[in-house]
Write a protein that binds this ligand. Structure first.
Ligand SMILES: C[S@@+](CC[C@H](N)C(=O)[O-])C[C@H]1O[C@@H](n2cnc3c(N)ncnc32)[C@H](O)[C@@H]1O
Length: 263
């Protein structure tokens, strides 16, 4: 894990360790949710999912496990990525009748907030896979509470891929596997996530029989061993969203859009 030389961030790294350790599958209290928002985003309201920020979550019946508070992609980020995807879709749209409604798949659901925002933006149902029963239960509760278009399945992402054949060249796959040992002081190595991102891309390709699609992937701001570029070597990079950093180098989020399977 990256070290911080800014004393102000010590609290973040200590709390992060607790959220991914002893509080991993514990439902956080209202105070812990606000603390996570303050330490990660500099403001309790920065931890916001499904349009509900940390100070309002308890009243809205939104529950989050420790691990998900760290692993989730918050509203400000997912809304920006949804904007970028909408812009791409408009630019790529053929003249005349619109193509078949695309399939949108959140392969590693966690909170489900990514799929939720894409589903709302595009007014499409979204399919999501989540393997951890405790994460599944909280996500299920939250998505039901907000009336989300996400249809959540307690399955391995490969089982979901097997049930969702390619529908259009505008299909979107959100790829956010747990980082685990891939996240080190030397950066994030995408070939060591659980499962490795190259394996996930191979599984997506297989499920699509060669039809191109869009991939959304989250990284941090310190990639190890050029692993992002090497993993997407035969894909086309379309866009990277870089939120303003709130944490030390190596701990901030980035979101990348790729086109997979053209040419
Ligand atoms: C980094 S989190 C995803 C965060 C999510 N994008 C969000 O905004 O909350 C990864 C999630 O994938 C789940 N997961 C891990 N392996 C999986 C698998 N093989 N199939 C489906 N889900 C898996 C984990 O339980 C975890 O909740």
């Amino acid at each position: 894990m990256p070290d911080s030389d800014e004393p102000g961030h010590d609290g973040y790294f200590a709390f992060r360790d607790r959220l991914l350790g002893p509080l991993r599958t514990t439902i956080l209290s209202a105070e812990q949710l606000c603390q996570a928002g303050r330490l990660i985003y500099g403001d309790p309201r920065g931890l916001s999912l499904y349009g509900v920020c940390a100070p309002d979550m308890a009243a809205g019946g939104i529950t989050l496990l420790g691990r998900t508070a760290i692993e989730c992609s918050v509203d400000a980020y997912t809304a920006s990525v949804a904007d970028a995807l909408a812009g791409l879709r408009t630019a790529e749209a053929p003249a005349g009748p619109q193509p078949t409604e695309p399939v949108i798949v959140d392969l590693f659901c966690g909170s489900g907030n990514f799929g939720h925002h894409l589903g709302v933006r595009f007014s499409h149902p979204v399919h999501a896979a989540e393997l951890d029963p405790a994460v599944y239960r909280t996500a299920r509760n939250n998505l039901d509470r907000v009336g989300s278009p996400v249809s959540l399945h307690l399955v391995d992402y490969r089982d979901l891929l097997g049930k969702l054949p390619a529908r259009s060249t505008h299909d979107i796959y959100i790829v956010e596997p747990p980082w685990g040992p891939a996240f080190t002081a030397h950066g994030l190595d995408l070939t060591r996530t659980s499962p490795p991102v190259p394996d996930i891309l191979r599984d997506i390709r297989r499920s699509r029989d060669g039809l191109p699609c869009h991939i959304v992937i989250k990284t941090n701001d310190h990639i190890a061993r050029d692993s992002l570029h090497r993993t997407f070597t035969d894909a086309t990079h379309l866009h990277t969203h870089t939120p303003a950093p709130s944490l030390p180098y190596g701990a901030n989020m980035r979101f990348h859009l790729y086109r997979l399977g053209d040419g």
